[in-house]
Design a protein around this ligand. Structure first.
Ligand code: C2E
Ligand code: CA
Ligand code: CA
Ligand code: CA
Length: 277
């Protein structure tokens, strides 16, 4: 390829991507209007009691034309547009509605944790919006928790820190997601008010065969506990990994070995159930 051809090729590719992205944003706007978004829930099981103690809400998009689109595909696109705020508000509202429904059925102890994007946590109105949503649904701050990835924390500004401090003081649980994958994982523990850390699934995955991953996990558990945090092992896929993370002292386990994310109706029956011995 000559330089001009190369340039054209690159441009064309970039343009195709932009068109694709623009179409995706429009389609997502429509998805919100048409009610095609749904929250799935993945149980988190106590490593000690073996019972389902809480759940993480994970977004799913079921387009009318069939199939399901993964949040890994559409969340990054939504984050590059303003749309993430509307989607984020929808997630807050829907999680609160579901929490209130379960509470009304007598399932009072099972917190729902939601994932927040960087734009959402830095928004000056996040605290007020969360408070308003709790209020609307008659919930307490401990009914809903939030998860922030290290990618979000690395871009932290005063707005984000302010929101986190206020939420923390109100008694809301705050988790660092994908812990150990960021550039300064340890300093996040010092800088941000958090209540739990979720050890990234890459460590869980490799720990049975890699002494270094095992050592990192053990250290994360130790530091977490020294700081009074709850430690969650993510992405537990088999019995070997399960035994290992339990031996290492993780407090909660989450992963396909226990349960895949599932619809609210299916999750309901599992809340409080004894699922590990
Ligand atoms: P995440 O917060 O790290 O969520 C965990 C992801 O790992 C989920 O993917 C879950 O289905 C998957 N997973 C759970 N157990 C296992 C396992 O044992 N093995 C493997 N390989 N994977 C497992 P999912 O649902 O596709 O979500 C992908 C990401 O999209 C999430 O990663 C989160 O960053 C983002 N996301 C999901 N829902 C929301 C949302 O409501 N708002 C925002 N801002 N982001 C969301
Ligand atoms: Ca998460
Ligand atoms: Ca994660
Ligand atoms: Ca992740």
């Amino acid at each position: 390829l000559s330089t001009t051809q190369h340039y054209w090729f690159f441009n064309q590719k970039l343009q195709d991507e932009l068109v694709h992205e623009h179409q995706m944003v429009e389609r997502l706007q429509q998805a919100l209007r048409l009610g095609e978004l749904q929250l799935f829930y993945q149980p988190q099981v106590s490593a000690v009691s073996g019972r389902v103690e809480q759940v993480e809400a994970l977004l799913r998009w079921f387009p009318r034309e069939g199939g399901v689109v993964s949040p890994a595909e559409f969340i990054p696109v939504a984050e590059r547009s303003q749309l993430i705020e509307r989607i984020g508000d929808w997630v807050i509202e829907e999680a609160c509605r579901q929490r209130a429904e379960w509470k009304a059925e007598g399932l009072s102890d099972y917190r729902i944790d939601i994932n927040l994007s960087g734009r959402q946590v830095a928004h000056p109105e996040l605290f007020t919006r969360l408070e308003a949503a709790l209020e609307r649904h008659g919930l307490e701050p401990e009914d809903i928790g939030i998860e922030l990835t290290e990618n979000v924390l690395i871009k932290a500004n005063t707005g984000l820190l302010d929101n986190l401090r206020r939420l923390y003081h109100r008694g809301m649980k705050i988790a660092i997601d994908d812990f150990g994958t960021g550039y300064s994982s340890l300093s996040y523990l010092k800088l941000f008010p958090v209540t739990s850390l979720k050890v990234d699934r890459s460590f869980v995955h490799d720990a049975p065969d890699q002494p270094s991953d095992r050592a990192i996990m053990a250290a994360a558990v130790f530091i977490g506990h020294q700081l009074g945090l709850e430690v969650v092992a993510e992405g537990v896929e088999n019995e070997e990994q399960l035994e290992l993370v339990r031996d290492l002292g993780c407090d909660l386990v989450q992963g396909y070995y226990c349960f895949k994310p599932m619809a609210a109706e299916d999750t309901r029956r599992l809340l409080g159930a004894l699922v590990l011995d």
